[in-house]
Design a protein around this ligand. Structure first.
Ligand SMILES: [Zn+2]
Length: 181
């Protein structure tokens, strides 16, 4: 997986935050999430979604969708990442952590991000990329939905540039390799 250094990130969501800087690290961690998305399919663990939790610039956990492996419809990449990060850190509060998701989080995952108090979300591609290969279009209901109260304390960025293209390409490149659930 290439490490695209010319990534730009567009600030979305609440607009009041002044930390609208492009972080080189965002590209690195988002690329890890995209790699996890491919791994989910190649391992047969689940759909092509990956997530990475980061604290103080260090990866706490990197995970992918485990729906098939765990026979668990809730084992989305972000939910799995939140669970594993809490277990690893030994606490329920992830307010000093950031999460990188290969794709726009669905409402369930967005809820998990919210209740864990994660401070920042960076995602690679919009829900439409997943919907195009057959995933439920409810994914787009989270960030673009009406749950504004859940977004007040969360900085949300959507990637642009090379890493966003990489994240978007996951679905078309893997769609013949997994059974839709
Ligand atoms: Zn989800």
């Amino acid at each position: 997986m290439e490490n695209n250094q010319d990534l730009t990130l567009n600030y979305e969501a609440n607009g009041k935050d002044s930390s609208n800087a492009v972080h080189d690290q965002d590209c690195i961690f988002l690329t890890k999430a995209v790699e996890e998305a491919y791994a989910a399919v190649s391992c047969g663990d689940g759909g092509p979604f990956g997530a990475v939790v980061v604290k103080d610039g260090e990866i706490v956990v990197q995970c992918h969708n485990m729906v098939l492996r765990n026979t668990d419809p809730t084992a989305h990449a972000e939910v799995t990442a939140v669970r594993m990060a809490c277990k690893k850190l030994g606490r329920r509060d992830l307010s000093d952590c950031e999460i990188y998701a290969s794709c726009e989080p669905c409402p369930m995952c967005f809820g998990a991000i919210h209740v864990s108090k994660i401070k920042r979300l960076v995602y690679g591609t919009e829900a439409e990329a997943a919907v195009a290969v057959g995933f439920d279009d409810f994914i787009a209901d989270a960030i673009r939905g009406t749950a504004k109260f859940q977004k007040v304390h969360l900085e949300i960025k959507k990637a642009d540039g090379g890493v966003a293209e990489a994240a978007r390409g996951v679905f078309q490149k893997t769609k013949s390799q997994f059974a839709m659930y």
